[in-house]
Design a binder for this molecule. Structure first.
Ligand code: FAD
Length: 454
């Protein structure tokens, strides 16, 4: 195959967008044909297979992306299998002489590193780009040169650096080359028997268009209420999380969109909102330095914690929203219904599982992984460990949330609970499955084993 006809391959992963996509832009700038591929990798041991709710999201996000690419002149090739093999196979098949992608930060980066060196061995250009984080994790260092383990100094140090770059415009056209691939429907990402995705369809519009709608809604409406972000009955948070997770909008776009045109309360709430984006960055910083964050205690002394057996301690009741504690059940039912849960309630439900039921945080992490549309390998693992007490920058262990007091404080008019637990107060609604005071004490007793292991 003649060199001029060698296409550039763009391998998309957690960056399902055409705007501010450095890998795509660089590929277009090379001036050759562009092959855009997405690989469903359920086989590489370093890649955690995504959960059921995320698969639903992915299906719709890929559909939306294919349409956007089509308008620009490119098509999306779908392939399935171990990514290293699939991408190398595509290089052979098309005669591609360059592969570009945007970086990922968990264990899967081992796959990318191997592929990069295999490509380079064959004199094929392999370039990874910074696209999904404002600050590359290895560039943020403490005074002594190590990674951060505490959020506040981490974010302060990020904010003291040069401002994140401006987002890149989408290419005006892409000289796409069509290459055969799988049909999306054949991947079976959508639930069929039963189809449990109705609530998710009503709530979300996966894809860049939906992401930008949420961003505009944040800027124009929600940010003014963001100081009340802890109230789950209000729509005061952005709900950008699944869009950020799948890279339908980049953090650079969010950062810069929020710089201009804010006034009044929205302007006041700006720093607080950015610090939540900062927690996302911090979670990735932790994941980068601790690739086993979803399975291994960050504070290893927690290996000594005497967890209960999930089956007998009531994991299933928690999953189904039948604990008899209304705010916990409301959260778990919201999760089941729309694939998302309000942050305050994520903390309450996670605390209830790990402290009042003394069930290992990993069981909760896995359930969220399967049921959240924003299930994120960094934020989910870091947040679960944070709540359980085993994580970085965790609150003192004795501060166990009391879910009843939390509900009084953050859902004072009972709006959230009434929406998700209409059966509260009926004969059908279960009595509390544990005594909150006794179970809190049992959690503290369990913590003694951690203290002893220190
Ligand atoms: P906003 O308040 O509008 O925040 C804007 C963005 O900042 C979010 O979209 C998200 O990307 C990021 N963000 C906000 N809070 C956090 C946080 N505490 N940690 C990391 N990033 C944050 N977030 C996920 O994106 N994926 C997860 O799998 C996930 N699992 C969680 C599990 C538990 C047990 C807990 C307590 C929190 C978890 N979070 C997770 C963090 C947080 O709850 C969600 O990011 C947030 O609720 C998303 O709603 P939003 O987009 O309206 O947030």
């Amino acid at each position: 195959m003649a060199a001029e006809s060698s296409p550039t391959i763009v391998w998309l992963r957690d960056d399902l967008r055409v705007a501010d996509n450095p890998a795509l832009t660089a590929a277009v700038e090379r001036g050759r044909d562009v092959v855009v591929v997405y690989v469903l990798d359920d086989e590489s041991p370093e890649v955690r297979p995504i959960g059921a709710a995320s698969r639903w999201w992915l299906h719709h996000s890929l559909t939306a992306l294919a349409t956007e690419l089509d308008v620009l002149g490119a098509s999306l090739t779908l392939r399935r299998g171990p990514a290293e093999k699939v991408v190398m196979g595509l290089v052979d098949e098309t005669g591609g002489d360059a592969v570009h992608w945007n970086r990922r930060y968990g264990k899967a980066r081992e796959v990318d590193a191997r592929l990069k060196s295999a490509l380079k061995d064959r004199d094929i250009e392999a370039v990874s780009h910074a696209a999904n984080l404002l600050f590359e994790p290895w560039t943020v260092k403490t005074g002594s040169g190590g990674p951060y383990g505490v959020f506040t100094p981490f974010w302060k140090s990020c904010l003291a650096r040069d401002e994140p770059r401006a987002p890149l415009d989408a290419p005006t056209s892409i000289p796409g080359r069509r290459v055969d691939g799988d049909s999306l429907d054949d991947w079976g990402l959508l639930p069929t028997t039963p189809d449990w995705a109705g609530g998710m369809r009503d709530e979300w519009t996966p894809g860049s268009v939906g992401a930008h709608e949420r961003l505009e809604q944040l800027v124009k409406v929600r940010l003014a209420d963001y100081h009340r972000r802890d109230e789950p009955g209000l729509d005061a948070t952005s709900q950008l999380s699944p869009h950020l997770r799948f890279g339908e909008v980049s953090p650079f776009e969010v950062w810069h969109r929020l710089r201009d045109g804010l006034s009044g309360l929205a302007a006041k709430n700006h720093a607080k909102f950015l610090s939540e984006i900062g927690w996302r960055e911090f979670s990735y910083h932790l994941l980068f330095h601790h690739p086993d964050l979803a399975t291994v205690n960050y504070r290893r002394e927690f290996d000594a914690y005497p967890w209960n057996d999930p089956a007998t301690a009531g994991l299933e009741r928690w999953q189904k929203g039948r604990t008899g504690i209304p705010i916990v059940d409301a959260g778990m039912r919201q999760l089941w219904h729309i694939g998302w849960m309000h942050n305050r309630v994520r903390m309450i439900t996670a605390s209830f599982l790990t402290k009042n039921l003394q069930i290992d945080w990993r069981a909760g992490e896995e359930w969220f992984w399967d049921t959240l549309v924003d299930a994120d390998e960094a934020s989910n693992a870091a947040s679960w460990q944070w709540v359980a007490g085993s994580g970085a920058d965790a609150a003192p262990y004795f501060r166990v949330f009391n879910p009843v007091l939390q509900a009084q404080k953050f859902d004072p008019r009972n709006e959230y609970v009434a929406k998700w637990v209409p059966d509260e107060g009926t004969d059908d609604y279960p009595a509390p499955m544990v005594d909150l005071k006794e179970s809190r004490q049992a959690a503290l007793d369990g913590y003694e084993a951690v203290k002893a292991a220190k």
